[in-house]
Design a protein. Sequence first.
Lengths: 383, 358, 275
Amino acid sequence: MNRKPLIVRSGMTRRQFLARSGALGAAGLSLPALLAACGGGGGDAYDVFFENWPLYIDPTEGETIGTIDRFAEATGLTMKYTEAYNDNNEYFAKIQPVLGAGKTIDPDIIAPTSWMAGRLINLGWTEKLPLADIPNVANLDDGFKNPTWDPTGEYSLPWQAGMAGIAYNSDAAGREIKSVADLFDPAFKGKIGMLSEMRDTIGLILMGEGIDPSTISTFEEAAPAFEKLEKAKADGQIRAFTGNDYTDDLLAGNFAACIGWSGDLFQLETESEAVKFVIPEEGGTRWADVMVIPKGAKNIANAAAWMNFVYDPEQAAQLTTYNMYVSPVKGVREIIAASDPDLAENPLVFPDEATSSRLRAFAQLSDEEEAKFDEAFSAITGA
Amino acid sequence: MSLVEAPAQRSRLGSSADRVGLAALLIATACLVAIGGKWVSGPLTSVVVLVLLAVIVGVIVLAWRGGTEARRLLAPYGLLKPGMLWLGLFFLAPLWSLLRISLSTKESRFDINYNFSWAFENYQTAFTEFGGQFSRAFLYAGIATVLTILIGYPLAYVIAFRGGKYKNVLLGLVVVPFFTSYLIRTIAWSTILSDEGVVVSFVKGLGLVPVLEALQIMDNGRLLNTPAAVIGGLTYNFLPFMLLPIYVSLEKIDIGLVNAANDLYSTNSAAFRKVVFPLSMPGVFAGTLLTFIPAAGDFVNAQFLGNPNTTMIGNSIQDQFLRQNNYPVASAMAAVLMVSIAALVLLYTRLFGTEDLA
Amino acid sequence: MIRSRTKVGKQLLNVLAGVALVYLFVPIIFIVAFSFNKPRGKFNLIWQEFTWDNWLKPFSDPGLTDAFTRSLEIAAISTLIATFLGSLMAIALARYSFKGHNGFNFFLVLPLTAPEIVLGSSLATLFLGQNFVDFGLVTIVIAHVMFQVSFVALTVRARIRGFDWTLEHAAQDLGASPMRTFWKITFPLILPGILAASLLAFALSIDDFIITFFNSGSEQTFPIYIYGASRVEISPQINVLASIVLFASVAILAIGNFSGKRKGSGRKQRKLARA
């Protein structure tokens, strides 16, 4: 007997409402009604709603039970989980008119990248975490305590962390890629991909220029990276600014090399041996996506129960084996070492001293400076 | 009021009912535009709402009391009213509010309120920073429009004059591809044109790469993420908007006329030039508008098939509006786009226009 | 000499038309073919091997199925509203001559001459900063009706232009009430036009991306889902559903073709009657 998935589909409530009140619409065209019937079933209610980045959680597949279902089993709480968080700026633009007007958005938890979390916290658009109800917060890795985006650590808990470096397709590139400078090699004209996430792209170029992105505070300090990017774009060096879809262009050989995220490598490896990920000689950048509770969320206590659950090292370890990102939870490595010693030794998942020392996080910028960065970057991406 | 006078008054009202109906419709629409466009605010809003209700009630009373003649005269306005009010509130009022926001500023970066302040600098930004995107939008849309004529006309001609009993089937075949999603079609092109894809391998196999590069269709051995790919995508996606109007105008042409022309001019090409083509001009005209306008505002093709140097104004509006929250500059760009397209359409209508757009 | 040249020209034209037709179908063949692909990773973009699995499980991508259902619902509701509003306008314009007739005619064309991005962004500015309605289902329906109304009105008007309105007078002279006249005489005659218009409106709604994108809030329609998915995961189910829509439209088109034939003969009869 198959397990019944406990994930509540998005928007079920409204759909059922429509199925009833909109029967007039369906009467004329029976297809919607038919499809609604096919996709239907399942209850309206959920206990907590998490809106996250896509492909960021282990699903239930056959014998392996996903984190959401394990959470339901352990706590009796049903989670609604959607993957509509595609882009920090885009998501912010969606929620700004709502939260800014003092209204609430539907999700109880979202996982913006740290800098965006910092912005939301500064704007007062997040709730304080009920840390007393999250005893497992004690398992938070020391490296993530009192971070720049949330100095008191009261508003956010990291979901996953990782690093940005260079991903390349050795078939398309025809050689090994080792440094940021390689991205600007004229031999790869029109074959280079950059990320539309400003901090990943500019951060890595800054590293290439020998400027530490964790210490900059003004636009002027980062200007060399913008100039370099601008020139490369004008020369036709850059093929596209992408989000997660860089993996697709990389596999197809459209990109010889691009800026990429560490965890994706493991997914890509299964599809093509030619695809590789390196932390460039000049060093790479670190990032974290962090869970916050939007202001006015309805299910704060249940959100706390979820955070407590995923900060249990056993649970976090399962998540890591799926995601292959850096876990912010202490004790995960020991658990994984027992089942998969190779993975436990992988510096991209469990960065050692040597690796960590080559990584920098992008500084938390003031609103005023950030505006300059964003404006300059969007002028270059040409959109 | 005496009983005797009443019928006379009724007929007077009745005969001018059309003027009343028209005025009521225009006033009601104006009220909605004023409210939706935030033209009025505070207590004035309630006044406008009251005027709106009063006008609607007034017309209903008039129709009820005014007799058959009045009802007949009011009928078209009554039929137009629901649709007009919808378009007033959700088409006209938004244009007004777009113009308003394009001249507004906000106090801080993440403020959600805009203060109207005649901020013409938004337009300055639109022109200085996004001039390239504007010109590319018009250039690409223009080339794509010409290409749709070149590709669509022969097909429309063959279907209309040589389709025979397969006419409807052929016409169906032309329309069918466009029942798959616009986005999926565009994404499909990005795969077809990719560097290791079928088309590039084929071109490489034929040794045509240098030729295509000389024609600036290929760039450094690639087709995808080039201006040509963006124009190609636009051409493909808007082809039916050109083809169908041309077909409709060709189909109206009496075949006897073509035969007569053939007899007169002795060559097909002359007959075509002097008879068929002029008669199909209304179709080409309508098709040009239906292709150029959406193509100039498109951002999907440039996003999936282009590179950072081929972005069009649609991409900029989308980015400023939906990623940067910069509504004033985005609105200014949209306003400029709208006005320049309107101007182009007017000019084009003057030059080649037929009397009836629809 | 001349004859042979024109013959070549004739053939050339046929070849050009054939090439154009093939061009139209290139991505379609690709889309349908890849609905049978078994991708190894997240992106269904490189041909791997043939499988029936995707067609056996067309709804196995819950987010996609939800978005698809949502799109059908939105299309159904907005088409209903737009058909009602637009048909009334069309009747007014085709049936009556009245003050401002040309002005309204012109006004109806206006929404078609504004690029989608202008319509979408301007409507979004209307919804910003007000407290009546949040971005979501309602705003999408409003937006769709907005651009559908003109299409419906113009299509219906074009279809009923040649309609013989004296029939109505005849019926009323024979003692039928205006209501009865409308339902018994007028409505059945204009119904094919209204149906054709509503089909067009439905198709426009299902496929609209740009206007919807500006007014959807966090609601996911089919095109919006695909847009999001194109950045992370393109499942073969997308191709399956796209193919289903394709085949369904072909079926509708085929049916429409039959009724079209009937209409054609009707037109002929009317022509004969007039003569």
